[in-house]
Every structure is written in structure tokens, then in C-alpha cells.
Design a protein around this ligand. Structure first.
Ligand code: NAD
Length: 306
């Protein structure tokens, strides 16, 4: 009986492990499949998908692009305010992709596109370039966003409006234009970058318009998800906690004790690294989440649960 169980366990284990690496490599030789490295669910693959990320010249947007490349994406549009920064990020990412032994880069096409998301015309022009280049768009990430710290009583009105123009209207233009191009092709996945600030009021820094903008983005994702559910376009949001990027570094430069405060308020005791979001963004952008729409994934080291 014990021998029978052991034999069954060993059979099951071999099923889970799958065939040896060499066998797997030879089976896929000549195809575009990844032939080495740890195996994952095929539905997480970004191979063959045309992806676009706004605010991607640096920070989280750039890291989302890297995650797509690591998951097999070879058609990628990097959007940012300055043309040369978007193009230089595209060329850096292409070099990164070519250095990856896992990727078939024969048909690699990464483009940098200038786009100010707060301008509807600028967003429409960027999509026109993408459609001209690739003919379709499958996954869109609306990551461009800004933060500023003023007390509500002192916040200059023109700056409040500018923040909403980028963080809320910019995300809306990006999502709407994406859906307009996705619907004729049967759908796609749109991810709006919100924040844990959509669900909690950060302390001690003051940022009411930012927090409200992120709550708007989270609910925008849910609302658009319902509106477009039957079209094949999925819309979800991703809500990071404190991540180390230029955005937070600017805030931290103004108060050197702040990092320690943020870390002590986070159950995991540290700020997130941008790559901590890689799994969540690929999950949402890929077919791995194909029955998921209108959801929010919070990745915050436990900040919001205490
Ligand atoms: N870093 C964090 O801790 C954190 C936490 C939660 C949510 N977020 C959100 O993640 C997103 C990215 O933040 P980040 O930390 O990478 O910021 P970042 O400042 O490092 O990068 C933002 C990028 O967006 C671009 N951008 C700014 N305004 C733009 C506009 N009008 N049009 C196009 N691009 C524009 C910038 O040029 C920059 O490349 C933001 O929406 C932010 O609110 C960040």
C-alpha cells in the first residue's frame, strides 16, 4: 500500500515537473516558444500581443514594459511626454529584449511615441501611430500620472485642475481611445493604474486631489468594465502601495524622515520595488485574467489592511 502510494506520488510529481528541459527545448525548436527558463502557465504569455503603456519612459510604466518583454511581448509602444525620452526608452527596451535568450526577436518592433495624455488630440494621434504601425492594439496600460503635496486650503486651483487633467481625464482618454480601436478587433485588456490612495488616506503628507483622482480611476475602471463587458474589452485597475520611483523620490526629498514613516506603516516593513508589480500587470494584461473585469488588484505590502 505504502509502495503504491509512493509510486503514485512519484508519477504525479513527474507530471507536475513535466518532461526534462532538453526534451521541451527540442519539442519547440524552431518555433517562437520560449525554450528555456522556468515554465509558467501559457495563458500568462504576452507573445503576439500588441501592448501600449503611457508614462512609460521611466518609473512604473517602464517597469510594466519590461515585464511584458520578459513575458514574450515583441510589439510595444512606449508613450511619454517627451518624444526623445519615449524613443530612448523604446530603444533601451529593445536592447534588453535582444539580450534575452528566451525571446524570438526577429519581428521585434518597439516604438517611442510622444503623447500628453491630458490632451485628447495627443492621445488620438498616438493611437493613430500605433494602428498604422501594428494594425491593432491588445493591451493598454494607463500609467501616466503625477502627485503633488499641498494642504487643501493652500492648493493652487490651476494645479488641482492640471492634476485631474492628467490623472483622471488623461486616463479616460487613454481607455476610451483604446476601446474604440479594440472593439472592432474583438476586444482587449485595459489596465488603469490607480493607487492604494484610492482606498486609504495617506499620512502624513497632504494630497487630497491625488487621493480623490485615484479613487476616480478605480471606479472608472469598474464603470467602463460594465459598459464594455459584452464587447470583449476588459478593464481592471492596479493599485500600488509606496513604490520607489521618481514620483516618490521627489516627495521623499522634501522630508528625509518620511521613508521610515512609510515603511513603519507598511506591515511588510519596506517600500515596494517597481518589479514587485510585474506579476500583477502581466496577469491583468494577458489571457490569464480573461474572466476578470471591473476588479482592482492592490499590491501594497499589506498597507491597507491595518
Ligand atoms: N510610485 C508610487 O509609489 C505609486 C504608488 C501608487 C500609484 N502610483 C501611480 O503609478 C503611476 C506611475 O507612477 P510612477 O511612480 O511611475 O511616476 P514617475 O513620476 O516615476 O513616472 C511617471 C511618468 O509619467 C509621465 N507623465 C507625466 N505626465 C504625463 C502626461 N501628461 N502625459 C504622458 N506622460 C506623462 C512622466 O514623464 C513619467 O515618465 C502614476 O499614475 C502614479 O499615480 C505610483
Amino acid at each position: 500500500m505504502a509502495v503504491g502510494l509512493a509510486a503514485r506520488a512519484s508519477f504525479l510529481f513527474s507530471r507536475i515537473q513535466g518532461p526534462p528541459r532538453q526534451l521541451l527545448a527540442s519539442r519547440f525548436l524552431g518555433s517562437t516558444a520560449v525554450t528555456s527558463g522556468p515554465r509558467t502557465l501559457p495563458s500568462f504569455s504576452m507573445e503576439g500581443k500588441v501592448c501600449m503603456v503611457t508614462g512609460a519612459a521611466r518609473g512604473l510604466g517602464y517597469e510594466f514594459c519590461r515585464a511584458f518583454v520578459q513575458s514574450g511581448c515583441t510589439s510595444l509602444a512606449i508613450l511619454d511626454l517627451k518624444d526623445e525620452e519615449a524613443k530612448s526608452a523604446a530603444s533601451e527596451l529593445a536592447t534588453y529584449a535582444r539580450s534575452s535568450s528566451n525571446l524570438n526577436t526577429d519581428n521585434l518592433k518597439f516604438i517611442g511615441v510622444e503623447c500628453d495624455v491630458s490632451s485628447e488630440l495627443s492621445v488620438q494621434k498616438a493611437y493613430a501611430t500605433i494602428m498604422e504601425t501594428y494594425g491593432r492594439i491588445d493591451s493598454v496600460v494607463a500609467s501616466a500620472g503625477i502627485v503633488e503635496n499641498y494642504s487643501a486650503l493652500e492648493y493652487p486651483t490651476d494645479r488641482v485642475k492640471r492634476l485631474y487633467d492628467i490623472n483622471v481625464h488623461g486616463v479616460f482618454f487613454t481607455a476610451r481611445e483604446g476601446a474604440r480601436h479594440m472593439i472592432p478587433h474583438g476586444g482587449g485588456s485595459i489596465i488603469l493604474i490607480s493607487s492604494m490612495s484610492a482606498s486609504v488616506v495617506n499620512i502624513p503628507q497632504l494630497q487630497t486631489p491625488y487621493n480623490a483622482s485615484k479613487a476616480a480611476v478605480k471606479h472608472m475602471a469598474a464603470s467602463l468594465a460594465v459598459e464594455w463587458a459584452k464587447t470583449g474589452v476588459r478593464v481592471n485597475s492596479l493599485s500600488p502601495g509606496y513604490m520607489l520611483t521618481k514620483l516618490t523620490k521627489t516627495v521623499l526629498e522634501q522630508d528625509h524622515g518620511l521613508k521610515k514613516t512609510w515603511e513603519s506603516l507598511t506591515p511588510m516593513g519596506r517600500m515596494g520595488e517597481p518589479e514587485d508589480l510585474a506579476g500583477a500587470i502581466v496577469f491583468l494584461a494577458s489571457d490569464a485574467s480573461k474572466f476578470m473585469t471591473g476588479s482592482d488588484i492592490r499590491v501594497d505590502g499589506g498597507y491597507c489592511v491595518i
